[in-house]
Unconditional design. Structure first.
Length: 357
C-alpha cells in the first residue's frame, strides 16, 4: 500500500502521449528530441527513444551526465554553459556521448573553443536566436556576424539554429497557438536564409515545444522539435490547448485530512509535492471534483474550496490532483508510481532529481 501524497503515472496515457507526439513529428518532417527536464527519468527517456526520438534535450549538465551514464548517447544541452567547471564537465561528457550545446555570447564561445581544442575535436554548437521573451539569444540583425565569428574558431562546429519562444498564458487553443507558431517559424526562416546567403550552412533548426508542436503544420522551418511536457501534460498546458485534460498522465494522489467548514477541505499535498506554480484557477485540478478549487498551499497542506450543496468531501477520501505544472512535480519526488487503471505496475525512479547544476 502506498502512502499519500504520491505521484501517479497512468501507463496507458503515458505510452499514448509518447506515441502521438512521435507521430506528429514524423508526419511533419521533423525529428523529435524530447526535453527530459519534464520527467528526469532514465526509464521514460528510453521509452521516448524506443518510440523513435533521435536523442534527448537536457537543461543542465547534471541531467546530461545522469542520462549519459545510463547509456544515452545523443544529447542536446539547451542551456548557456559558462565557466571553467562547466567546460571541464562538458569535456568529460563529450568523451562518452555525442553532445551539442547552444551559444549566444563571446565568453561562452571562447570557452567552448578551448574545450574543443583540448578534446581534440570541435564542439557541435547551435546558435541561439533572440525571441520575444528575451531570455537569451543573438539578435536577428547580429546573427550572421556572430555565426561567422564562431566559424573562425577551430574548436567549434556550427550546426544550425536554436530558438525558444516561451509560452503566452493568454493564448487560445487555436488562433493564439497558431500565431505563436507562425511567429517562431518566420523568425527561424529569416535567420536560416540569412545564414545560408552568407555561405553558412544550416543543418539543424531546433525549436518548438509541446505547445507549438501541436501546430507543427505551420512550423515548416523546424528540423527538430524539443517538446517535453507532452509525456505528462498538466492543467497549464490543458488550458493552452496543447494537451487534453483527460490525457494528462501525471497526478498526485492525496487524502482529505480535514474538513474545517462546509465547503472547505484540506489535502495532505502541499507545495513540496505540487510545487507553488499556479494561476488564477488554482494550483491544480481534482479529477473527481473538477469544479473544486485548490486555492492555497502550505508546504504540506492543500486548501480546497467547493460547493457543499453539490457534494461533500470527507476526511479519509482519496483524490487525484492534476498539477498546474507537472515538470516541477517530478523533481520534488524520488520516485513516481506507474499504474494501469487502479492496478499498481512498478515505481519509476527520478534519476536526475536535483541535478540542476
Amino acid at each position: 500500500m502506498l502512502s499519500t501524497p504520491y505521484v501517479r503515472i497512468d501507463q496507458h496515457k503515458l505510452e499514448r502521449n509518447i506515441a502521438r507526439m512521435q507521430q506528429w513529428a514524423r508526419e511533419n518532417g521533423q525529428v523529435l528530441r524530447p526535453h527530459i527536464k519534464t520527467h528526469r527519468s532514465v526509464e521514460i527517456a528510453k521509452m521516448q527513444l524506443a518510440a523513435g526520438a533521435v536523442g534527448i534535450t537536457c537543461s543542465k549538465l547534471g541531467e546530461a551526465e545522469v542520462m549519459s551514464a545510463a547509456g544515452i548517447r545523443d544529447i542536446l544541452i539547451a542551456y548557456s554553459l559558462v565557466g571553467n567547471d562547466k567546460m571541464l564537465r562538458l569535456r568529460h561528457l563529450m568523451e562518452r556521448a555525442r553532445v551539442t550545446v547552444t551559444c549566444d555570447n563571446l565568453t561562452s564561445a571562447q570557452q567552448l573553443n578551448e574545450t574543443g581544442l583540448a578534446l581534440g575535436r570541435p564542439v557541435p554548437v547551435l546558435v541561439e536566436v533572440l525571441t520575444h521573451i528575451k531570455r537569451g539569444g543573438v539578435a536577428e540583425h547580429k546573427l550572421v556576424e556572430f555565426a561567422a565569428y564562431l566559424r573562425t574558431l577551430p574548436g567549434i562546429q556550427v550546426q544550425g539554429l536554436f530558438a525558444y519562444s516561451g509560452l503566452n498564458p493568454n493564448a487560445d487553443a487555436d488562433h493564439g497557438l497558431c500565431a505563436m507558431s507562425r511567429q517562431e517559424d518566420a523568425l527561424l526562416l529569416r535567420c536560416k536564409q540569412a545564414l545560408e546567403q552568407a555561405g553558412i550552412p544550416v543543418a539543424v533548426v531546433s525549436g518548438g515545444s509541446t505547445v507549438l508542436s501541436r501546430r507543427a503544420d505551420v512550423m515548416h522551418t523546424l528540423t527538430e522539435s524539443r517538446a517535453g511536457n507532452y509525456v505528462f501534460g498538466d492543467i497549464h498546458y490543458a488550458q493552452l490547448g496543447a494537451v487534453e485534460e483527460e490525457n494528462c498522465a501525471l497526478s498526485v494522489r492525496a487524502t482529505v485530512i480535514s474538513t474545517p467548514e462546509d465547503g472547505l477541505a484540506t489535502l495532505d499535498c502541499g507545495s513540496k509535492i505540487l510545487s507553488s506554480d499556479h494561476n488564477e484557477t488554482g494550483f491544480g485540478k481534482i479529477r473527481q471534483f473538477p469544479d473544486a478549487v485548490i486555492y492555497k498551499l502550505n508546504e504540506e497542506h492543500g486548501y480546497v474550496r467547493y460547493d457543499p450543496l453539490r457534494y461533500r468531501l470527507h476526511v479519509g477520501d482519496e483524490v487525484d490532483v492534476i498539477p498546474y505544472h507537472s515538470c516541477v512535480v517530478s523533481n520534488l519526488v524520488n520516485r513516481m508510481f506507474l499504474f494501469s487503471g487502479e492496478t499498481y505496475v512498478r515505481s519509476i525512479a527520478v534519476d536526475a532529481r536535483g541535478m540542476s547544476y
